[in-house]
Design a protein around this ligand. Structure first.
Ligand code: G3H
Ligand code: 13P
Ligand code: ZN
Length: 307
């Protein structure tokens, strides 16, 4: 059975660990996430973006998630809409069977973000679904950024306090210097942990880290060894992930690492055997590589062994 997102995150919030929220766009990714959760005895968030929903079809997403959850009844799992861009997008996901939604109105002014989020919260809570919202802009912070520039981009802790109180949102994604994809930092990785701690102190709810892929060296190497190009790529170092969890992060969004790990294996098979066209020969090692990354992440975030 799919659990309400808040059931999983309230426990993580009280016991100070992070739960991986892993994106999927097909059966293979979903299977890797569940097999990893089983191996590491960890709760999980499985999440689909609007793009993933468009690709798979919303009923397929929900049916696959429910079927997998039935096969692993001991694993606490929530099905989450990642970056819902409108009230209607969240409503559709809730009506289809998602148990958690993100309304991402962070590009709007504060008041408008608050209004849209309130509407989603009201609709979702009446139906037993949890809601995530975002404050600030997801982008890397450079070494020479001024205090004013930083304040314009990253979450404002006082605003976060008001936003959480007034919206009734269940968990919040505060921008603290991460960004999506494989190219997160130009210079040395840098996150604003003090700001994170202040948001946690003032809101006291589960917090979410977007753009949390680490691009571990062995994953990058594996991709490069197949002739792949990841020039200039840089992820969030493992110790930063742990520092984030210490600072109050409880949901850790991860997609890019899974894609790179999977595709490196597909590329390897294609390079090594140009005559191969059996899909399973490409995807099986992809699933295994992805699983390894996820299990490792569960240990780093402290969710391993929690069930
Ligand atoms: O936050 C973005 C996720 O990685 C999903 O990406 O929109 O390409 O499915 P997508
Ligand atoms: P990454 O691109 O770092 O994996 O982030 C994924 C994410 O934030 C999904 O919402
Ligand atoms: Zn994200």
């Amino acid at each position: 059975m799919l659990l309400q997102g808040n059931e999983i995150l309230q426990k993580a919030h009280k016991e100070f660990y992070g739960v991986g929220a892993f994106n999927f766009v097909n059966y293979e990714m979903l299977r890797a996430i569940f097999e990893a959760a089983h191996e590491a005895s960890s709760p999980i968030f499985i999440q689909a973006s609007e793009g993933a929903i468009k690709y798979m079809g919303i009923d397929m997403v929900v049916d696959m998630a429910k079927t997998m959850a039935r096969s692993y009844p001991h694993i606490p799992v929530a099905l989450h809409l990642d970056h819902g861009t409108s009230f209607d997008s969240c409503k559709n996901a809730i009506e289809a069977g998602f148990t958690s939604v993100m309304i991402d109105a962070s590009h709007h002014e504060f008041e408008e973000n608050l209004e849209i989020t309130k509407r989603v919260v009201e609709f979702a809570h009446q139906r037993g679904v949890s809601v995530e919202a975002e404050l600030g802009r997801l982008m890397g912070i450079e070494d020479n950024i001024s205090v004013d520039e930083k304040d314009a981009v990253l979450v404002n802790p006082k605003e976060a306090e008001i936003f959480v109180k007034e919206s009734g949102v269940d968990y919040l994604a505060p921008a603290i210097g991460t960004s999506h994809g494989a190219f997160k930092f130009k210079g040395e990785p840098k996150l604003d942990f003090e700001r994170l701690q202040e948001v946690k102190r003032l809101t006291n709810i589960p917090l979410v880290l977007h753009g949390a892929s680490a691009i571990p060296e062995y994953v990058r190497e594996s991709f490069l060894s197949t002739g792949g190009d990841l020039k200039g790529s840089k992820g969030v170092p493992f110790d930063f992930l742990q520092e984030s969890v210490k600072g109050g992060i409880n949901k850790v969004n991860t997609d890019t690492d899974l894609r790179i790990a999977f595709m490196a294996e597909v590329r390897k098979v294609a390079n090594n055997d140009p005559t191969q066209f059996d899909l399973r020969k490409f995807f099986t090692p992809g699933i295994e590589a992805m699983k390894k990354v996820i299990v490792e992440r569960m240990h780093i975030l402290g969710s391993a062994g929690r069930i």
